[in-house]
Design a protein around this ligand. Structure first.
Ligand SMILES: Cc1ncc(COP(=O)(O)O)c(C=O)c1O
Length: 390
């Protein structure tokens, strides 16, 4: 069959490292191996009933069978503003400071398309969520990795960024609570970020995907809570993790009006917002009791404690993650992140994500997801022990 040539933009797209890994896992499963998938970031629990019920009811509403307003329903934008006021005491104008997105994966790619030209630089966390790279590569811009090192509490060191990169930088991606390291940001770090961003005229995109998942009694800080943040960029929030709604594809961005306007402009060409029923159920999620969210965070915390104490007994020390649902394990001496992940899979059926897939500074680590039941995590610990004893 004739093979059509793709555009240069498509050719520039980075390999989907994790799609390749999943193929590997699937191949083992087809062979009948008893595998445990600790490598993915998919919430394992169902969406709370009251949110599903709200969607069911909304599905019967003929208004939602029509095209939704291009920029989404006002009731959803108002619910987002109310959520930010209640949770973070942040004031948002629903008209100009909120944009609805079909999942944050898409939104993060759009943001690069909105603000980067060839030759521009985007500062990205390393290790970091690989989908930041996709939009940057698509538009032909350059990436400048900001290493997140254990000795800096997995926060970037702005002084280490060279003058030329600052000069060319137009966007900076940040993500706390952090995937994959589990680190959180404090107010002082966000204040420093705002200072640097203002100085170098860089727009900050704070990815708050794990905003609801903080441990040890500490609620993760929203970037928007820090003075000057709205002038400096936006925060991207997804329904996927907070409400176990990953399959629903609903997210939003809040903050700087010019960034919000750019998102809505690009979306005028890509989408006609998202199904009204999804917006209705998402508004229900944001405005109802948040007991399900508290329960979710404490479930992940419990799993973290169980996994880490088991790993400690098996001889692996992991610093307790402070948020997100990932443990970031330093691989034993003699292994690379990939060779450790391969050996674990081959010898025990445990599938973990090699740190190198998140960037060069992820080398030496693997990411273990807490998105598995206690029973599964206990079994995983047994297998880690076996592996350590061999
Ligand atoms: C850091 C981070 N950002 C964004 C996303 C994308 O979330 P979604 O596209 O479901 O909104 C994920 C998903 O794993 C993530 O880990």
């Amino acid at each position: 069959m004739k093979e059509f040539q793709t555009s240069k933009a498509i050719k520039r797209l980075p390999d989907q490292f994790f799609a390749t890994l999943i193929d590997k896992l699937n191949a083992y499963e087809r062979k009948g191996w008893d595998t445990i998938n600790l490598g993915q970031g998919n919430p394992d629990q169902p969406t709370p009933d009251h949110i599903v019920d709200s969607l069911k009811e909304a599905a019967d509403n003929p208004e939602f069978h029509q095209y939704p307003p291009f920029h989404g329903y006002t009731f959803f934008k108002e619910a987002i503003a109310e959520f930010y006021k209640r949770e973070y005491d942040v004031d948002l104008d629903p008209e100009t400071e909120v944009a609805i997105m079909p999942g944050s994966k898409t939104g993060l790619v759009e943001l690069s398309q909105c603000f980067l030209d060839p030759g521009d630089v985007a500062l990205v966390p390393d290790p970091g969520y690989p989908d930041y790279w996709s939009g940057i590569e698509m538009v032909g811009a350059e990436m400048k990795p900001m290493p997140l090192l254990a000795e800096n509490d997995f926060l970037p060191d702005y002084e280490a960024i060279d003058a030329e990169s600052w000069e060319k930088a137009r966007l900076m991606f940040l993500n706390y609570p952090n995937n994959p390291t589990g680190a959180v940001a404090d107010r002082a770090f966000f204040e420093e970020t705002i200072k640097e961003a203002e100085k170098h005229d860089v727009c900050v995109i704070h990815d708050f995907a794990y905003g609801a998942i903080g441990f040890d009694g500490v609620k993760p800080l929203s970037f928007m809570q820090v003075e000057g943040a709205k002038n400096t960029g936006v925060e991207v929030y997804t329904m996927s993790k907070t409400y176990n709604m990953a399959g629903w594809r609903v997210a939003f961005a809040v903050g700087n009006p010019s960034v919000i306007k750019a998102i809505e402009t690009i979306q005028d060409h890509y989408f006609c917002s998202i199904f009204g029923g999804l917006q209705k159920a998402s508004a229900t999620a944001l405005l109802s009791s948040q007991a399900c969210v508290e329960e979710l965070a404490s479930t992940y915390e419990h799993r973290r404690d169980l996994l880490l104490s088991g790993l400690e007994e098996a001889g692996y020390h992991v610093e307790p993650c402070k948020g997100s649902f990932f443990a970031w394990l330093r691989v034993p001496e003699g292994y690379s992140s990939q060779s450790f992940a391969d050996a674990l899979l081959e010898e025990t059926g445990l599938f973990v994500a090699p740190g190198i897939g998140f960037g060069a500074s992820g080398e030496g680590y693997v990411r273990i997801g807490l998105n598995n039941s206690e029973e599964t995590l206990k079994e995983a610990v047994v297998r880690f022990k076996k592996f350590a004893e061999k």
